[in-house]
Structures are given as structure tokens and as C-alpha cells.
Design a protein around this ligand. Sequence first.
Ligand SMILES: [Fe+2]
Ligand SMILES: [Fe+2]
Length: 324
Amino acid sequence: MDAEAAARAYGPAFDAAVAADERIEPRDWMPDAYRATLVRQIAQHAHSEIIGMQPEANWITRAPSLRRKAILMAKVQDEAGHGLYLYSAAETLGASRDDLLDKLHSGRQRYSSIFNYPTLTWADVGAIGWLVDGAAITNQVPLCRCSYGPYARAMVRVCKEESFHQRQGYELLLELSRGTEAQHAMAQDAVDRWWWPSLMMFGPPDDESAHSAQSMEWKIKRHSNDELRQRFVDICVPQAEALGLTLPDPDLKWNEEQGRWDFGAIDWDEFKAVLKGDGPCNEQRLTQRRTAHEEGAWVREAAAAHAARKQARTATEREGAMAR
Ligand SMILES: [Fe+2]
Ligand SMILES: [Fe+2]
């Protein structure tokens, strides 16, 4: 059956399943563009998880106590695990992991721009947990209801771990904020630097977002970028107050009529520059990723050789059992 005939035959069932809020599974027929959109989004998400390990891993050796070090190591390992779930989800769509990594390493696929900012002080670990993981949760909770089954299920687990990440960041900042004057200042400085980039994590404003409308129709996305950004601001304002820290936006104002916090203009020029590769750490992140990949080649080769030998052994045993 050619592609057009398949679309005629199976398209209505796909549309009906999406309309009824049922999950689309790997063996189901799906439009090529739906598959391509998911591969692009899941790959970008997977890349963000593993590149996101770098800014925080930078502080593992300098964590101020054993407790903090153990927490941070667990968190960075969680992010590696998120990458693995997501690459596996992309594989269910027919993508190859080698190909996706190749696209990341050659700059043909992106990861979230937020990870191109440096972690200058220990307080940045707190600000990342509170704001960056917080923004990630706001984005990802609705993805637990995404129309594509494997992605939705991966998100359920990821979100549970992200909420731990968010809380550890909040708790770290709270301790610094209530600490010495210098510690409080360090926490405030980290929040000053991470606040605006966190708001950019939701992507361009709705009227400039190229893929949004179609993704909403397919129920890959459930809410627009601006809606999610607003939700995040409304969550953060009272939390900042409880932390005793100030969000660096003089235009932040309670809007009684709308029941939400109005906020100032986002510097989209900065967003575009970082996206284009001109952020403070773009070069460093990709170089480090490529090096990690090359240095890990022997592990992949050994794992593949082990798997092949195990498979061969099982096949021989099965033949032996059949011969008896
Ligand atoms: Fe994550
Ligand atoms: Fe996280």
C-alpha cells in the first residue's frame, strides 16, 4: 500500500484516537509529520537532559558537605536516566540513537538554551533546581497526557524525579537565604542571573511559535508557550517571597482582574543569540559532550560485544535443547 492509500485507510482511526484522548502506540499507523515532530521534540528533550548534566556536574567536587554532594550526584544521575528514557522513546518511532547523537554533536539538532549559561557559584545549583527544573516540570506535567504513549509514560517517571530536583534546589536556596549576609547575597545573585533565562525555556511567544498549533491539534502539546510561562510565574512569585529573595523584574505586578502576575518584557534578542550559538557556554558544552562520547566508545563496544556473545550463547543452548 502506498503512503497515500495508507493515509486514506488508517488516517480516520488515527484522528479518532487522538480526538478520544487515546494513546497512539509505536505499531499504530501515524502521519509522517506526526512522527517527525515527535522525533524532533523527543530528541531535543533527550539532548537537553544529558547536556543539562554539565553545568551542575561542575559543582559535584565542590559541594559544601557530604549530604549536598550525595544529593547533587543523585540528581545528575537522574538526568542521565531521563536522557535514556527519552532516547528509547525516540527509538520506538524508528529513530536511531547513533543518528540522534550524531545530529547533536554536529549541531544539527538542539538542546535547551538554558544550559548554555555558566554556573558561577554554589548557589547556582539551587537556582537551577528551583527555577530550571521548576520550569521543566511546568512544561512536562502536561506531556504526561501527550497523545504518543511511550513519550507520555516516560514523562510520568521523569516528572516524579523532577519534583525532587525542584525541591532540593528550593531547600538549598532557603538555607543560603537564611544564612550569612554573604550567603544570602550569593543566593540572590544566582536568582538574578537564572530568572530570565528560565522564562525563555518556554520558547518564543505564541504568535511566533512555528510548530505550536499543529502540535496542539495532535495533542502532543496541551498548552501554549505563553500559558505555561504565565503558570510558572504565578507559581514562582509566592515561592520567591517565602525564600526571602527578590525576582529581578521591576514590572512584576499582581493583576487583580486577571488573577495573575503581570511581568516585564523578555529579551528575545538574547534568546535568539544563545539559540544561534552565541551564548556564554555553547562551545564548551558541545566540546565536552563530544569528548565524553569519544571517551565512552570502549564502553559501548564492550557492551555490544557482551550482548552479541550472550545472544550467541542463548542461541546455541536453544539448539542444543531442541536436538535433545
Ligand atoms: Fe531531567
Ligand atoms: Fe531535573
